[in-house]
Ligand binder design. Structure first.
Ligand SMILES: C[S@@+](CC[C@H](N)C(=O)[O-])C[C@H]1O[C@@H](n2cnc3c(N)ncnc32)[C@H](O)[C@@H]1O
Length: 213
């Protein structure tokens, strides 16, 4: 299924709360300053068009949702979607998720980490560029609170299997816990746009969830 061009962003939208550039982030890290309130924090890496952030922030107003998206135009698009729906509990960082975890996020500060359909980097010599590498997974484990969750979904079997094998070596992440597919009740009733694309295109989706012990 081909990717549609991004819709134009309404120039009247104020993105100042919902879109943060790397240099604007609080240092030392302080999520409560970013969201202007204290609440359990969930982070999504690679937010794309922001469907997950929109749905999750609407469904769970008591949680803060932080997306990080390395592609500037997608970060803006996702932030505009949140601004349009006045979702003050969701913010998108225009930046690199690996840096966010490696340089800023504190130990035991997240109740969930979400990674949906990370770029596959198909060629073997490019696998080292994959997001779900040993260092990133150690950072995920370090930043989750006990009982916190890692959600990882992919349409690429070998990437999924290789990630599960890496996680199996990390004794503090328990799983994979079963995640069942449920029928979509409306056109946007999918975890993310990539899930929608894959399912409408008849492709398989591999889903896993882990619990920090
Ligand atoms: C295949 S798309 C999936 C988007 C979305 N998660 C979905 O399921 O619809 C992968 C996304 O991850 C972003 N991305 C890749 N590497 C990243 C990184 N290091 N930090 C943040 N975003 C990243 C890409 O720009 C892209 O938008």
């Amino acid at each position: 299924m081909p990717r549609r061009a991004l819709r134009k962003i309404d120039p009247a939208l104020d993105l100042s709360h919902h879109l943060k550039m790397w240099d604007e982030l609080p240092r030392p890290w302080d999520a409560a300053r970013l969201f202007e309130r204290q609440a359990p924090l969930e982070v999504e890496v690679g937010s794309g068009k922001g469907l997950f952030l929109h749905t999750a922030a609407s469904a769970m107003p008591a949680h803060n949702f932080l997306g990080v998206e390395i592609a500037h135009k997608y970060a803006r698009f996702a932030a505009a979607r949140l601004a349009k729906h006045s979702l003050a509990n969701a913010v998108v960082i225009d930046g690199d998720g690996q840096r966010l975890f490696g340089e800023l996020l504190a130990d035991a500060s997240l109740v969930a980490v979400h990674v949906y359909f990370p770029d596959p980097w198909w060629k073997k010599r490019h696998h080292k560029r994959r997001l779900m590498n040993d260092r990133f997974l150690r950072d995920v484990s370090r930043t989750l609170v006990p009982g916190g969750r890692l959600h990882f979904w992919s349409d690429v079997r070998d990437y999924f299997d290789a990630t599960l094998a890496l996680i199996a070596m990390n004794k503090s992440l328990v799983g994979p816990l079963e995640v069942t597919e449920r029928p979509a009740e409306h056109d946007l009733d999918y975890r993310t746009h990539f899930e929608r694309r894959m399912r409408l295109g008849g492709e398989s989706v591999f889903r896993a969830e882990f619990r920090k012990c």
